[in-house]
Design a protein around this ligand. Sequence first.
Ligand code: UGA
Length: 427
Amino acid sequence: MKITFIGSGYVGLVSGTLLSFLGADVTCCDNNEEKIQALQDGKLPIYEPGLEGYIKEAVIAGRLRFKTGMTGDADVVFIAVGTPPLELSGEADLSYVYDATLQAAQSYSPDTLIVIKSTVPPGTCLALQSMLHKNGFEHSVASNPEFLREGSAIEDFLNPDRIVIGFSNEEAANILSKVYKSLVDKGFAMLRTDPTTSELIKYASNSFLATKIGFINEMANLCEKVGADIDSLSTGMGLDSRIGSAFLKAGPGFGGSCFPKDLLALSHIARTYDQPCHILDAVIFSNQNRCAHMVSKISEAIGDLRGKTICILGITFKAETDDVRSSPAVDIVQLLLSKGAKVSVYDPEGAENGAREIPAAEFSEGAYASAESSEAIVILTEWDEFKRLDFKRMHGILAKPNIFDFRNILDRDALESLGFNYYRIGG
Ligand code: UGA
């Protein structure tokens, strides 16, 4: 089966590579020449554990290639371009999806199925289909949202909880069933539905997961007031199989290129249909206030931040990625700087992207260098290496022994016995 991906960002690159691993002949296209050149030279534009090996293997086997132009033939063209939020409304900007779909129709035969992998509002596939027909093209447009997470993208793609396909005709369903045959044969679920429902499943799933996090973060605030412990609370709730333990870890707020953007977009969609989702709006509001709450926890404990040096461990929006898009850590650093603090950051993978976002912060090569003469360590990303730091050594390096563990990854008793003032989330 011949597959082309238009858009070789996170979703396009991972999905394209892994479909080639599953046996398809894949071409990943992108109009960013620099990115394609880098990929052709064997360099990855993103950090994703394990991906490099899969790309190398597929390229050597001749099942994967990278191109700037859309040429050749294909059974399926996946559109995996960005849908960034428009500044004022939060509405998804669909211009890249429209351009790519029209270009695909112009470049490939009418038998080629066009599949939208980008996250798009309900009704987009049908609107694209009629846009093509108005322009004289006969291609079918189907929906197949992606559910992989950064940092565990390979595992998520190869062991999906479900594959969702939305289509308007059986021929489209048959082609998509062939694309995913090897996964369905292994027993992974495939939900077949209409395109509009398929599109909404993606937004609703991300919004529901973000709601779980927003809820547990507010419970963490309450735990601090009533003297309860958020980690035990999460465990106690998660053991109820109707609730489930996933996405119940309290932290400095959810970030990344998906949750914040998709919540805003779904909220906008709901208002457009005069059917506001009050729960979504509350989750957005709650998460937007989270960073200020984290900073006030620091200043309540150590006083006026002016002139104080704070060591930040972790700038990415979560561990196992170099992505700092909508990272709560970036917002927290910016807030600390605006309050007059000096900030020294260490992140194992995110330093380059982080430094671009926050030029006023200093980035160090290692955690100990970053902690030198700081008045507090603030942990904002749950990187494993932070759990293994030598805190006895840290105690000697810091100007004041304060640790704010906003991912609740360290052992309170161990740190307190070393003489640290240890602060965490939720009691
Ligand atoms: C998310 C979804 O989980 C994927 O299913 C989806 O495909 C993807 O968006 C997308 O739409 O492309 P991702 O943004 O990679 O994936 O990251 P998550 O692992 O979902 O984490 C999002 C944010 O929530 C992070 O800031 C993370 O630290 C935070 N989080 C997550 C918590 O604070 N607590 C949790 O229990 C889980």
